[in-house]
Design a binder for this molecule. Sequence first.
Ligand code: HEC
Length: 150
Amino acid sequence: MKNLMRYSTILLILVMASCGGEKGAPAADDAQPPAAEATPAASEAAPSMDLPEGVTAAMVAEGQTIFTSAGICFTCHMEGGVGGPLAPNLTDEEWLNIDGSYESIVSNIMTGVPEPKEHPGLMLPKGGTNITDEQVQAVAAYVWTLSQGD
Ligand code: HEC
């Protein structure tokens, strides 16, 4: 009789221990964070500045290409429009012939600068190229962004 009791006690302990083990398994679900909020698509093409009316980020990007290709602007204004011996800096707030507004930049590129204020050679209409009016607007959009703070 004594032996049977001892045996059942051991059995009971074993059963309890194994149950306890299962209960101890952590409920992992609580720890899971809700699905992360959809990250807003970073609009890297859009400059952080407010663009003038009618100007899009796509125009600015296209204009940057034109500045160093079909528009040949960089040959005088240098890459990035920083200026050189043949043409003025387009990245600062100082303007020789215009007020720096987007419209004034467009019309300056359309007409060129027949009588430069501080440079030996003139700028022909459209920089002497045959880029389209749309390309002029795009390259003007790019030039406009150059002078907008940093
Ligand atoms: C042959 C050289 C040459 C090329 C090419 C040229 N420019 Fe110019 N640009 C000039 C000169 C010279 C001026 C007038 C500087 C002065 O008044 O002393 C000027 C002036 C400007 C101005 C007005 C700057 C101000 O301070 O008044 C803008 C804007 C400009 N150019 C944009 C362009 C763009 C955009 C292109 C390409 C489509 C271009 N230029 C191509 C020589 C050039």
